[in-house]
Design a protein around this ligand. Structure first.
Ligand SMILES: Nc1ncnc2c1ncn2[C@@H]1O[C@H](COP(=O)(O)OP(=O)(O)O)[C@@H](O)[C@H]1O
Ligand SMILES: [Mg+2]
Length: 235
């Protein structure tokens, strides 16, 4: 099933579709303009198959609202229920984030990867943001290159993460998964398997050969990872 809304389509009589931003298993995301005030927003339209009894919509909206003080997350605005070609569809309206998906940003880089220093800056920014989620005893649950919106800013990056996944009631295990996902992102942005053998001991200490038990022993939460990056010694 696909919605494939055309530019100009009005969502709930209030939000004008400007362009499709992306789509995945859960639904489709559009850049829209809130007509009454002329402000751009993002509208996520869930597919019914991934949203039984509105569970996915409610989960995402509630979690974004609970974590609205976390600057790495998008701001939730409102929810709408509309009908498209006879199907009832839940729509979640949130802040529109300008920037580029990490996956496509990487493809534009020389060698399709970041230098170790850039990678560490990016990881630091991500860990700093996810640390706030972990402090609230919550987790993201789906950290990867397609859920990270990135913009270069001075020495470092501005980052936002979208699309949280519902693994149930937050547990220490979910927080450890986020940490492992963050470490995996460092490994990937530096070139993955192609370059890992040649990376410095400092990078290898963090990536730990992607061994979960090693990573989680060193960094229990995103905060531990963030502090390590800030204080690491160079050989
Ligand atoms: N608030 C937003 N601002 C800008 N782009 C967004 C926003 N939310 C999602 N996107 C874009 O839409 C894509 C799909 O959104 P996502 O929430 O990850 O849905 P899915 O569950 O289908 O993966 C993202 O990869 C991103 O490119
Ligand atoms: Mg996604």
């Amino acid at each position: 099933m696909k919605y494939d809304l055309e530019p100009g389509y009005m969502i709930a009589g209030k939000y004008e579709v400007l362009e499709k931003l992306g789509s995945g298993w859960e639904g489709e995301v559009y850049r829209v303009r809130e007509r009454a005030i002329g402000v751009e927003r993002a509208a996520k339209l869930f597919y019914p198959h991934s949203d039984a009894r509105n569970r996915a919509t409610k989960f995402y909206a509630r979690k974004l609202n609970k974590l609205r003080q976390c600057p790495i997350l998008i701001q939730y605005h409102t929810g709408e229920r509309i009908e498209i070609r006879g199907t009832k569809v839940n729509v979640l309206i949130s802040e529109y984030v300008e920037g580029e998906i990490l996956a496509s940003f990487l493809k534009r880089q020389p060698g399709k990867r970041l230098t170790p220093f850039e990678g560490l800056h990016l990881l630091h920014e991500l860990a700093l943001g996810v640390e706030e989620i972990h402090k609230a005893r919550e987790y993201h649950g789906d950290l990867h290159e397609d859920n990270i919106i990135i913009r270069r800013k001075g020495l470092s990056f501005n980052v936002k993460v979208v699309d949280m996944y519902d693994w149930g009631v937050p547990a220490a295990e979910n927080i450890r998964d986020d940490v492992c996902d963050l470490v995996r992102i460092l490994y990937d942005v530096l070139g993955g398997k192609r370059t890992y053998r040649k990376q410095s001991p400092e990078i290898k200490y963090i990536v730990s050969g992607l061994k979960r038990s090693l990573i989680t022993r060193k960094f229990r939460t995103a905060g531990h990872l963030r502090r390590h990056i800030e204080n690491m010694e160079w050989e």
